[in-house]
Design a protein around this ligand. Structure first.
Ligand code: NAD
Ligand code: ZN
Length: 341
């Protein structure tokens, strides 16, 4: 089958012909139709410090996808050939303390497709049946293929109290833009979104932000919206230290900061003034809650109140991977997807 492979310990990907994966008894084989391209794939492409420390080539890249089931293992009872599906890309052990207390998203034994084992930038992928998520007939493969990053946004937003809140979203990458639409559908009273990129601010507006502004205009927008009290909730979705400090500065006393963005390196925080004396709550977001986030996402999509379609701005065949990397790095894109079959 055709696939995009991280073939060696160095920059780049290779388009390669590899065998169709064989499945274990508890797995299913999925024919991939759409796959989302993400910042993580760019890290692996560029072979940065994180990728070097984590990944062991050769392996098939990619972790966001949707498709239809082509084959099921002997022990699989609730997934059938022909089912339209996506999947949770974090494969967890099910046995550790977090897994057994409803917190599989922080399983220490997590293996991620396209990072720790073969991924979805290929015509077929093998997945444990437990990770499969069925798509309603009304949900396209395009939308199915971006459930992973959309799930990051759902997890970040819906573990805070959004109804009636004034929400600040710092960073309008694909995940921040999804979050704007989710907060709108969840009943935020006002959504202020910030980014340094005008194209992305325009997308945030399309998805329902009341204010979509540059970082230096955030304080004035928060002042107007809250009479100087500060916002109830911040969703930090940039990972940029200046934005993280701004999140702590803009949240009201007793408010909540949801941290999704990943700073590139350690940073200083004045815990006394930025966190403790303000009495705020910080929540670290990793992946998607299994499977509360998935249920919430499906219900929001089926409600018709949340439509992520405008976030998808670019499509490429697998052969166009160099262009896909380029548009993501340029910042001109919302969500970029591969059309595989
Ligand atoms: P992205 O890098 O495309 O988006 C970040 C955005 O922040 C960019 O649009 C950038 O212009 C903007 N930005 C830069 N400086 C800013 C500032 N001072 N104020 C406001 N915005 C600013 O990334 P994405 O794919 O949307 O992901 C968002 C973040 O979440 C990244 O840091 C990514 O690594 C992280 N992430 C975390 C998880 C998790 O499970 N915790 C999962 C996926 C991604
Ligand atoms: Zn576990």
């Amino acid at each position: 089958m055709k696939s995009l492979v991280k073939h060696h310990a160095g920059p780049g990907f290779q388009l390669a012909d590899v065998p169709v994966p064989s499945i274990r008894d508890n797995e299913v084989l999925i024919r991939v139709r759409r796959a989302g391209v993400c910042g993580t794939d760019v890290h692996i492409y560029e072979w940065d410090d994180w990728a070097r420390g984590r990944c062991k080539p050769p392996f098939v890249v990619g972790h966001e996808f949707a498709g239809d089931v082509a084959e099921v293992g002997k022990l699989v009872t609730d997934v059938a050939v022909g089912d339209r599906v996506t999947a949770e890309g974090h494969i967890v052990c099910g046995r550790c303390l977090p897994c057994r207390t409803g917190n599989s998203h922080v399983c220490p034994n997590t293996r991620i497709i396209g990072v720790d084992r073969d991924g979805c930038f290929a015509e077929y992928i093998a997945m444990p049946a437990l990770n499969v998520w069925h798509l309603d007939d009304s949900i396209s493969f395009d939308i199915g293929g971006i459930h992973d990053p959309m799930g990051n946004a759902f997890h970040t937003a819906l573990t805070a109290e959004i109804p009636g809140s004034v929400v600040l979203i710092t960073g309008c990458g694909p995940i921040g833009i999804f979050a704007v639409g989710i907060c709108k559908a969840a009943g935020a009273s006002r959504i202020i979104a910030s980014d340094v990129n005008d194209r992305r601010l325009a997308l945030a507006k399309t998805m329902g932000a009341h204010d979509a502004v540059h970082p230096d205009q955030v304080e004035a927008a928060v002042q107007r919206a809250t009479n100087g009290m500060g916002v109830d909730v911040v969703l930090e979705m940039s990972g940029i230290p200046a934005a993280i400090h701004q999140a702590f500065a803009m949240v009201r006393l007793g408010g909540r900061v949801q941290m999704l963005g990943i700073p590139a390196k350690p940073m200083d925080v004045n815990f006394a003034n930025e966190v403790i004396f303000k009495g705020i709550t910080i929540y670290g977001v990793i992946g998607r809650r299994m499977y509360d986030t998935w249920h919430q996402m499906t219900r929001f999509l089926l409600s018709g109140e949340f439509d992520p379609t405008p976030v998808i701005t670019h499509r490429f065949p697998l052969e166009g991977f160099e262009d896909a990397m380029r548009v993501i790095k340029s910042g001109e894109a919302g969500k970029v997807i591969f059309e595989i079959a």
